[in-house]
Design a protein around this ligand. Structure first.
Ligand SMILES: NC(=O)c1ccc[n+]([C@@H]2O[C@H](COP(=O)([O-])OP(=O)(O)OC[C@H]3O[C@@H](n4cnc5c(N)ncnc54)[C@H](OP(=O)(O)O)[C@@H]3O)[C@@H](O)[C@H]2O)c1
Length: 257
């Protein structure tokens, strides 16, 4: 049972995968939910599960690429429940994309799908949380790929790294106002969307296990949460190694060993 109780939780990207599973694991315990994503039917199905577990839930279909829509979701959450205690910015996607085959537009699209979707919520959430009693937590589902340039995921790695940097700055600036920030860095997770995308996935974990790690991060609020342990250790080691050595290891990993 999660220790998060009696809180208003906003999850952006809750219609499937990790975000939907985090909502399920936090449901009950007096928590109130606002969940959003683009696919209305999938979102409504997750909302029904949350309500069946005893929580109130507002499901608001919206595209996080639209800053006005994102601000509207935050405003609707505040109108309904009075505050947002925990926001999990979870929208994103990282398709197989090698730098020798991409166009400029592909890179820009991946940047928008992973960076803009976070920024469009980050700005209105900071404005809301810094003004409410007790502040609040803004967490972002990043990736271990946001800690280093991963082959076949370059634009995704770059976009996630950009969000991490932004959150690092915001954590320092907003601490006096009680607004806390957590970057969550999963390794490979077996969600429906990434199944069959052809990428090798060392140390892949289940969606349920990944969500448990996310819930723990929301409870403990570290600056950075990296999992699973073997994949996080591999990334730490690769970052410490001289570039020719880490490059050779990454090349072999990308080729499926
Ligand atoms: N699976 C992995 O191996 C893995 C590893 C590391 C990090 N991550 C990160 O974990 C997060 C969740 O991924 P997942 O694997 O659980 O995949 P997923 O099932 O596709 O989840 C992504 C969620 O974000 C929503 N979303 C995407 N773009 C959106 C937009 N423009 N506006 C609103 N909602 C949007 C999707 O819903 P709609 O399509 O209905 O909008 C969905 O609910 C992502 O940020 C991903 O980068 C995943």
């Amino acid at each position: 049972m999660a220790r998060i109780t009696g809180r208003t939780v906003l999850i952006v990207g809750a219609s499937s995968g990790i975000g939907a599973e985090v909502a399920r694991q936090l449901a009950g315990g007096g928590n109130r939910f606002v969940i959003t994503a683009r696919r209305a039917a999938e979102l409504a199905a997750v909302a029904a599960e949350i309500r069946a577990a005893g929580s109130v839930c507002l499901d608001l279909p919206a595209d996080a690429l639209d800053p006005t829509a994102a601000a509207g979701v935050v405003a609707a959450a505040v109108t309904e429940y009075g505050s947002v205690d925990i926001a999990l910015l979870n929208a994103g996607q990282g398709p197989d994309m090698s730098m020798d085959r991409v166009g400029v537009a592909d890179v820009s699209r991946i940047m928008a799908l992973n960076y803009d979707v976070a920024v469009n919520y980050l700005v209105p959430l900071i404005a809301q949380l810094r003004g409410q009693a007790g502040g609040g937590l803004i967490a972002h589902t990043n990736s271990l790929a946001g800690l280093m340039g991963v082959p076949r995921q370059g634009p995704y790695s770059a976009a996630k790294a950009a969000v991490r940097t932004l959150l690092d700055t915001a954590r320092v600036e907003l601490a006096p106002h009680g607004v806390r920030f957590t970057s969550i860095h999963p390794g490979f997770v077996a969600t429906e969307r990434v199944g069959g995308d052809g990428l090798p996935k060392p140390f892949q974990i289940s969606q349920e296990r990944a969500a448990r790690h996310v819930v723990r991060a929301l409870e403990r609020e570290p600056a950075q949460a990296c999992f699973p342990r073997p994949a996080a250790a591999l990334v730490r080691t690769l970052r410490a190694l001289p570039a020719p050595v880490s490059d050779a290891v990454l090349r072999r990993l990308a080729a499926g060993l």
